[in-house]
Design a protein around this ligand. Sequence first.
Ligand code: AMP
Ligand code: MG
Length: 423
Amino acid sequence: MHMDRTIKSCGCDSELASCGLISLDEAVACAVSQVTPLRQTEHVLLADAAGRTIASDILAPSAMPFFDNSAMDGFAVRRADLEGRCCLPIAGTVAAGDVPRDLPEGTALRIFTGAPLPHGADTVAMVEACIDKGHKVHFETKPPRGSNIRRAGSDQAQGATLVPAQTRLAAHHIGLLAANGIIGAEVLRRPRVAVFSTGDEVQAGACRAGQIPDANRPMLCALLQQWGAEVSDLGILPDDAEATTAALAGLGDAFDLILTSGAVSMGGKDHVQAAFVAAGGTVQGWRVALKPGKPVMFGRLGRAAFTGLPGNPFAVHVGFHLFVAAQIDRLHGRVPQPFAAEPASAGFDWSRKPGRAEVFPVRLTGHDPKGTARLERLGAGVSATLFPLAGADGLAIVPADTDRIARGDGLRWHPFAATGGVR
Ligand code: AMP
Ligand code: MG
């Protein structure tokens, strides 16, 4: 098939276009424009809500704390009763969970942290500053009026925003909602993503000579789960255009996004593009000025977006972070986060051929005096191996026009730990 007839360009930089490549920025924009934010929601209990995306703002149903209570173990008193006295009779004990009670005038009540402040009390003396003599208490120091009381409503007002719309729920959000007596939340349904590998040599099980294990599918499924998608693992497609067309046809109504890896370049067995078009797909962009991962393809198949990633596993890893992560963000209604937004400085010298943006694994070796992360470059720019990731703390990127990096130069990087499943 001839490219000019199949590709609706996303708008190409002229120099790159002459090589048939779209720039990285254009490619990200093209990827993102294939998806639209999801609207459907579902209700989940907090126990199942980690990693889910909140559909609309969650407001505090009431002010917090719910009632005046003690911030300390100690003695609840009327501060005026301590004028001219340093001892008071103990009228009883009030613990967390007790119903509020009255403080008889001229007495103290033994009180524990979280217990409701007795009616009439205006001060709590901490236990460390008191001598409890059983029937009476001696105050070694006299606390200022109002001490050690958590006032109703002092933490948050009724109606305060607890979690804004589009937040991906992490443990601290869930704790806050639970503290407010909320037991469930309305969340966006998960983006439905289908994942295929391709290649006659790619195997899910034991390999004979000439075959290799499928690295891309397990990796993509894991990344998609980390990013909060509902993943359908659809197996390995043979290097056969008809079989590929049959597998893709009709998927557009079942998924928000379909991912393939491999067979999307220009070699003899690279049939994904032709099969995709035969299945009713439209190609919206193909071939990006990126290393690794030039032969990425973006398109639409029915209601689904389609992203055809390259075959080499490191190129798949990079393609996920640059394009698929942004697509999932937008499906969740979030503005896609720019890749590698963290500043860093190079701990290495490197001369390279300009023309394509390049992503490479990096190890964090320390920090500059200003606190900027110092990075070591790993690997030799080989897209076929994931091995350099074994010692990597993240990925760094250099723009297409960079021909040289000197020690101390500024870089941008994406630390793996920063997203750790709660992006
Ligand atoms: P392709 O673009 O299909 O020619 O694939 C490029 C390279 O990536 C080839 O060496 C493939 O064997 C390899 N490859 C493709 N898919 C996978 C996969 N799922 N797991 C590991 N390697 C793969
Ligand atoms: Mg292949």
